[in-house]
Design a protein around this ligand. Structure first.
Ligand code: C5P
Length: 222
């Protein structure tokens, strides 16, 4: 059976990783969360007090930062130089700084290379901001997931409540809007829908409905 590459892009909190994991499981493909890689470098940079605009020091830090995405029984784990940082990379601190680090062309170039290596030679579902446009331009299936910012903030809010902490809905909305703005306006591979991507507005759809729509595109492409 033919193994293909599935690229899933879209703005923050559009449900990319949730559906990407389901699609990968259904197809027995690997799932690669590229945002986790930008987050891992951001965590390191914050720990080492590196200025977010100091691209040279960030690039040097990245050379010494091994990032592993491990698929385990209880989901994906993210390791930085062997340390489990799965939880830390989701902190508000990292979330509020990551887009500034993701602006730098040199950082993107190195991470894109690592992402392409991870995806080589097998079926893969990869999510991010520039997968269809830059990382896997030849992906057989390209999806662009959308939802209104109100809906995305609401989903994140409910997710947080399930995890046991309360955040303000309004703060979440602001954080999402701010990150989308920086990601869309940057010069190096900004967040944009690839010309050949299928756009899915998930505002009124359930997770399984979105996953089914993507699986239908995969079936067509195989
Ligand atoms: O997907 P996630 O929200 O975890 O991504 C965190 C941040 O990493 C994004 O807001 C963006 O700044 C950056 N990113 C990126 N390109 C990707 C994936 C993530 O610039 N392919």
């Amino acid at each position: 059976e033919k193994q293909i590459k599935v690229a899933i892009d879209g703005p923050a909190a559009a449900g990319k990783s949730t559906v990407a994991k389901i699609v990968a499981r259904e197809l027995s493909y690997i799932y690669i969360d590229t945002g986790a890689m930008y987050r891992a470098l951001t965590l390191k940079a914050l720990e080492e007090n590196i200025q977010l605009d100091d691209e040279r020091r960030l690039a040097n830090l990245l050379v010494h930062t091994e990032i592993d995405l491990i698929q385990g029984e209880e989901g994906q784990k993210v390791l930085v130089n062997g340390d489990d940082v799965t939880r830390e990379i989701r902190s508000l601190e990292v979330t509020n700084h990551v887009s500034h680090i993701a602006k730098h062309p040199g950082i993107r170039k190195e991470l894109v290379k690592r992402q392409q290596n991870l995806a080589a030679k097998r079926g893969v579902v990869m999510d991010g901001r520039d997968i269809g446009t830059h990382v896997l331009p030849n992906a057989e299936v390209k999806i662009f997931l959308l939802a209104t910012v109100e809906e995305r903030a609401k989903r994140r809010y409910e997710e947080n409540i399930k995890k046991g902490f309360t955040t303000s809905l309004d703060d979440l909305k602001k954080e999402i809007e701010q990150r989308d703005l920086i990601d869309s306006k940057r010069e190096a591979s900004p967040l944009i829908k690839a010309a050949d991507a299928v756009e899915i507005d998930t505002t009124a759809l359930s997770i399984s409905e979105v996953a089914d729509l993507i699986l239908r595109e995969v079936a067509k492409a195989k």
